[in-house]
Write a protein that binds this ligand. Structure first.
Ligand code: RUG
Length: 806
């Protein structure tokens, strides 16, 4: 891109600085310099940033309740093809780009894997020149900031918008729409048809804030449109005629403002269960209604026939949070566009597709019908009708098989089942890794699969290699360029040709040096944050992800405890020094997860202060794990911990990031670990633990007996007893809670069942690392085979097999 003319750029930069701050560059701080740079860049991209390309192309609209973007500056400069130029020009102006990069906020508008996947997908859509846009919510407060106080997690509000606006966003007030809540619906006859009239509703205005999503060196920019809730402006009065018109009193007006503001105020800090909060339901409908109205507005600019909307539009429901897309699209087609039910239903199914991201029962959203009825009366009527017609169809097919029909119904036991609604109302249902999709087909959604097998397909997740390799690991990226040229940047499958260097000791040595350098950088960060020195030559063994029982950070902690005992028993134990690094946030109401955080921190305190093991063992828990920290940790990792209870992790994506950066994975055969294994085989990763069929079998019969295993196994008993015998200080309550989960409640996640096997696998890691040359070879083979996990591959599959297929 010929964006940058040095002389012009410098002039524009100075002018912009003067315009924004009335001061010189020399006087400005990093935030002001950053803001100036971004303003200049935004002006430059304006002519290629299109709100929509519906005049020419089919468009994809990706609805997601979370987008975990990470910082944008470096990524945008890279994708614009000007990263190195800008770095140099700024240097000439005595400005260090790195300071500006670090001055940017990291918008935490997501909890974890789901939101980060959505961000990687946006990057890939733009980079592949696919007209695909994200719809989300502009939460005023993102995911809480985590503080560790005496080893406990304390949540602090994440006021990421403290300057009131985000540097990359552009507000589009003239594209706002009205979302209606509450009230009553009358069905009145008009021209022989029933028409729904929604009265006395509470109108909330959805104001779009657009963030450019810049493709990689292709002059293609899409949009992430985030909606902020507000009270309607005056110019909406004509369409508010049926609304609740009594905000006259001061008190009413205040309450109304609160009602509207609250919707986009805070990201729900949980990705694993549904606390039944009415606010969450409001957020979901707000997103869906604002988004689909926006799509209709754009579509109608260039297209007359709403009946053909499926030719131009694909709506993707990412997890069940935007499931109300199904009834909302029906509502708009019928109530606003006056189509009949059958036509509207066919269009809805052709337009919508759905991804499931979990089989965890508590994360499968169900909404109480009373709640939906009161909050969204028209939507509830439509859901009821969808359900009625569907049950009729099932009755015709399956007679009175009530068990089967009960599991498939949209409404059952006072609840609306959002996954069922999404499946019925879409033409495609996909899981996010091979095993996950198989479990959906054979277990969780078996009846749906048997009914409509053609809807089901797998789309194994992927990651944006531009962010997770090119930007976060520039040294490795440079080495790859030197070895195989640059074409892998556009087609990551080309990384495969790195394999020819697997026995080249110079290359392997170089790889090791790069890892070492990255470890040094991370060590500095750790020392700065945790006031602890770590051994840069130790194995960096990392588990970074949300804290959840099924992800089994507990098993990792128990193994550290085991190692500690082994070292105390035998100070001359032949082992490579190890630094265990954790990063994890627990949902604020998830007591067990918080207990595990406390356990890890107390364990860290004890071990790190024990001079007897000082050179061999260290434990670090990094506060407030997020995208920016991950970018520093992943390139410095030797061992990637992917140790979830088999069947429970739908895919995982950090496993792919680590692999691409040359870490060796220790893993159960769960989620996408299976596909990683398919690529590199037993020789290049370390597997352990129960297989999926064993876990499924056990689960059918209430699990195994953890108490028996505990009583009969010395090593297990030793670490479990430590939870409650005072060996680890300050965990009286937490240790008891964890002990009970393992023994009294029979270890739902098979931590102890897999423990011995895990210890063996960890020993194997130790032995492998002792042969550095071999380890480096494994690392190289991992990198060479990671190309398939680029989200570019995943997005091509979505586009070809879901979105463009009608
Ligand atoms: O837990 C899953 C991960 O396994 C997966 O990699 C990620 C992206 O597909 O989604 C995570 N997830 C699932 N996040 N939220 C949910 C349930 O709402």
């Amino acid at each position: 891109m010929t964006l940058i003319n040095k002389k012009e750029f410098k002039l524009e930069f100075r002018n912009q600085m003067d315009f924004l701050y009335k001061q010189t560059i020399e006087e400005a701080n990093s935030e002001q310099l950053l803001n100036t740079l971004v303003t200049v860049l935004k002006c430059k991209i304006d002519n290629i940033w299109k709100e929509s390309r519906l005049d020419k192309e089919k468009e994809v609209y990706y609805f997601c309740i979370e987008f975990l973007l990470g910082r944008q500056l470096e990524s945008n400069l890279l994708n614009l093809g000007v990263l190195e130029d800008i770095k140099l020009i700024l240097k000439e102006m005595d400005i260090n780009l790195e300071d500006l990069v670090n001055a940017e906020v990291d918008p935490a508008l997501g909890n974890g894997g789901l939101g980060r996947l959505a961000a990687c997908f946006l990057d890939s859509m733009a980079s592949l020149s696919i007209s695909g846009h994200g719809y989300g919510i502009r939460y005023e407060y993102g995911l809480f900031e985590q503080k560790l106080v005496n080893g406990h997690q304390v949540e602090v509000p994440d006021n990421w918008l403290k300057e009131e606006s985000y540097i990359w966003e552009t507000v589009r007030p003239n594209k706002a729409s009205i979302v209606k809540f509450g009230g009553q619906v009358d069905l009145v006859e008009k021209n022989g048809k029933l028409k729904a009239i929604h009265k006395n509703y509470i109108p909330v205005m959805a104001v779009p804030y657009d963030i450019p999503i810049i493709g990689y060196k292709n002059e293609y920019i899409n949009t992430l449109r985030l909606f902020k809730s507000d009270v309607p402006r005056k110019d909406f009065e004509p369409i508010l005629k049926e609304s609740k018109n009594s905000y006259g009193s001061y008190h009413d007006a205040l309450q109304y403002r609160y009602y509207a503001d609250e919707i986009s105020q805070v990201l729900y800090p949980n990705d694993s269960n549904d606390a039944g909060k009415i606010l969450r339901l409001k957020q979901e409908y707000f997103l869906v209604s604002a988004g689909i109205q926006d799509i209709f507005r754009k579509y109608k600019k260039n297209n007359r026939d709403i009946g053909k909307i499926y030719e131009k539009i694909s709506i993707h429901i990412n997890d069940t949070h935007p499931s109300l897309c199904v009834p909302e699209l029906m509502r708009l087609l019928m109530d606003e566009e006056e189509l009949g039910w059958d036509e509207a239903w066919e269009i809805t199914k052709r337009v919508i597709s759905y991804t499931n991201h979990t089989i965890m029962a508590e994360a499968m959203e169900r909404w109480n019908i009373q709640m939906i009825k009161e909050l969204l009366p028209r939507i509830y009527m439509i859901i009821e009708e969808i359900n009625k017609r569907y049950i009729r169809k099932l009755n015709n097919k399956y007679g009175n098989d009530f068990d089967k029909i009960g599991t498939m119904a949209v409404i059952s036991a006072d609840n609306v089942n959002m996954a069922n609604l999404s499946i019925i109302g879409s033409h495609s249902v996909n899981g996010v890794a091979k095993l996950h999709t198989e479990i959906l087909k054979k277990e969780v959604l078996k009846n749906f699969y048997e009914d409509e097998p053609f809807k089901f397909n797998n789309k194994t997740n992927g990651i944006a290699h531009r962010r997770w390799l090119m930007l976060s690991n520039p040294r490795l990226s440079k080495l790859i360029n030197e070895l195989i040229g640059e074409s892998w940047q556009k087609d990551t499958l080309e990384l495969k040709s790195l394999e020819k260097y697997q026995d080249d000791s110079r290359v392997l040595q170089e790889l090791e040096l790069i890892k070492q350098e990255n470890k040094r950088n991370l060590s500095k960060i750790i020392t700065q944050k945790n006031e602890i020195n770590i051994n840069e030559n130790s194995i960096f063994d990392v588990q970074i992800k949300r804290l959840h029982a099924y992800k089994r950070q507990l098993m990792n902690a128990l193994h550290i405890l085991h190692m500690y005992h082994e070292l105390l028993d035998n100070p001359n134990l032949n082992m490579e020094p190890r630094t265990f690094i954790f990063g994890a946030k627990a949902a604020p109401g998830y007591y067990f997860a918080k207990c595990v955080i406390k356990l890890i921190n107390e364990l860290a305190q004890k071990i790190n202060n024990d001079v007897r093991v000082k050179d061999k063992l260290r434990v670090v828990f990094l506060e407030n794990y997020g995208v920016s920290l991950a970018e520093k940790i992943i390139p410095a990792t030797n061992v990637s911990e992917q140790i979830s209870t088999t069947t429970k992790e739908a895919s995982g994506t950090s496993n792919m990031k680590f692999m691409m950066n040359g870490a060796i994975t220790i893993a159960t055969l769960d989620g996408a670990n299976i596909e990683i294994h398919d690529q590199i085989g037993d020789e290049n990763m370390v597997l352990f633990g129960l297989k999926a069929n064993q876990v499924l079998e056990y689960s059918k019969f209430g699990g195994y007996s953890s108490a028996d295993l505990y009583s009969n196994n010395f090593y297990i008993k030793r670490v479990v007893d430590d939870l409650v015998n005072g060996f680890i200080p300050n965990i009286l309550e937490e240790g008891r809670e964890i002990y009970n989960s393992l023994i009294t409640y029979n270890d739902e996640f098979f931590v102890l069942r897999d423990f011995e096997n895990y210890i063996e696998a960890q020993k194997k890691i130790n032995d492998l690392y002792m042969d550095k040359n071999h380890w480096n070879k494994m690392a190289l083979i991992n990198i060479a085979n990671s190309g398939i996990f680029s989200s570019d591959r995943t997005i091509k599959e979505y586009a070809n097999e879901i979105w463009y297929k009608r």
